[in-house]
Design a protein around this ligand. Structure first.
Ligand code: PLP
Ligand code: COI
Length: 338
């Protein structure tokens, strides 16, 4: 009879979900957090009238665990994900867990699922998806009384499969409103981006460039990733706006760009009609890694970016820190010793 090998499922299949052995679940009911537990089921049973289902009361995070060649595991800037999760949950009127608890839960879950962490390979890792949802019935619009924190893991590769050819198109649709929820990581922003993403993909592009919702003249995000450009005079430019999700990858790249590549780092408006000043353009994020953009098309005009040298250097340094191939001089790594 065919015997399934222990490591049968360990290969990442691009950026797609594979069930791993354990999911972490912690419930908030009777006004307090209950003891969390590891479940072998990746399904839940909740009221059909839950606020997460009807009113989008939810928040999530995305981070990765990287296998190091000495057998240990690295979490990258997990406290930053914890802080952002707290902000997102608070914005959605949900209870929070502390930064320490967030980290503790992730360490426990990664250890329990250690066999699913891809072997050291600079584009594969174990993706960790913490999620908070409002559960329990509520018909009127208002926050739920009860919540579930669910943390799932899955081995992944890069989000974009052809790094050499990422063609982007600006979209007329907005992912978030001014003074809305763009700066936090909540499902409603992604729900509202689906139509834009599908529209640009139907036209043969790889991703949508979202413009500022107020004037539609400035770049905000590239799909589910931040934007940065490198100018001909060696500046790392990234947009700043209250409707952009503050990316932990982008924040790290700003430090690396300054310290390692001696680039001047500037956060400022990036006008869509002024792309010619960039020698390189890239999307960055936990899922997207650092993905060089080969072109951006806006209102029929295509701007092509032929070189990606600095973006790829930034990617190499960031990846080397994440896999402990160079020293972690910023204290970004939390080590999990198995
Ligand atoms: N922007 C959006 C809309 C995202 O979904 C993500 C992914 O988390 C990012 C940016 C990148 O953020 P990070 O680098 O923290 O993963
Ligand atoms: C991430 O990079 O973690 C993201 O959130 C992207 C994801 C929405 C696909």
């Amino acid at each position: 009879m065919f015997e399934q090998k222990e490591d049968y499922m360990i290969k990442a299949n691009g950026f797609s979900y594979q069930k791993c052995e354990y999911v972490y679940i912690k419930e908030f009911k009777d006004n307090k957090w209950q003891e969390g537990y590891l479940s072998t089921e990746d399904t839940i049973n909740i009221s059909v009238m839950s606020t997460s289902l009807h009113y989008g009361q939810q928040a999530f995070e995305g981070l990765k665990a990287y296998k190091v060649s000495d057998g240990s595991i690295n979490l990258f800037r997990v406290k930053e994900n914890a802080k952002r999760f707290i902000k997102s949950c608070s914005r959605m009127m949900m209870p929070v867990i502390s930064e320490d608890e967030f980290t503790k839960i992730i360490v426990e879950l990664v250890k329990a699922n250690k066999k699913y962490i891809p072997e050291t390979n600079k584009s594969e890792a174990l993706y960790i998806r913490p999620l908070m949802i409002g559960v329990g019935p509520k018909l009127g619009v208002g926050p739920s009384n009860d919540y579930m924190l669910i943390v799932t893991v899955t081995p992944v590769g890069a989000y974009f499969n052809n790094l050499a050819k990422t063609r982007c198109l600006t979209t007329f649709y907005d992912r978030a409103a001014p003074n809305g929820t763009g700066m936090v990581k909540v499902g409603p922003n992604y729900g509202s981006s689906l139509y834009a993403l599908s529209s640009v993909k139907a036209l043969g592009y790889n991703d949508a460039v979202f413009l500022d919702p107020l004037t539609h003249t400035k770049i905000e995000e590239v799909g589910a990733a931040n934007f940065f450009g490198i100018t001909y005079d060696n500046k790392y430019i990234t947009p700043k706006s209250d409707s952009i999700l503050p990316s932990i990858t982008n924040d790290s790249l700003k430090v690396i760009a300054r310290d390692y590549l001696n680039l001047e780092v500037i956060e400022e408006d990036v006008y869509i009609n002024d792309l010619k000043r960039f020698k390189e353009a890239s999307a960055c994020g936990t899922g997207a890694l650092i993905t060089p953009i080969s072109s951006i098309t806006h209102l029929g005009e295509e701007t092509v970016f032929l070189t990606h040298d600095k973006s790829l250097e930034l990617k190499e340094i960031l990846t080397n820190i994440q896999y402990s191939l160079i020293p972690d001089k910023y204290n970004w790594i939390t080590k999990i010793i198995l």
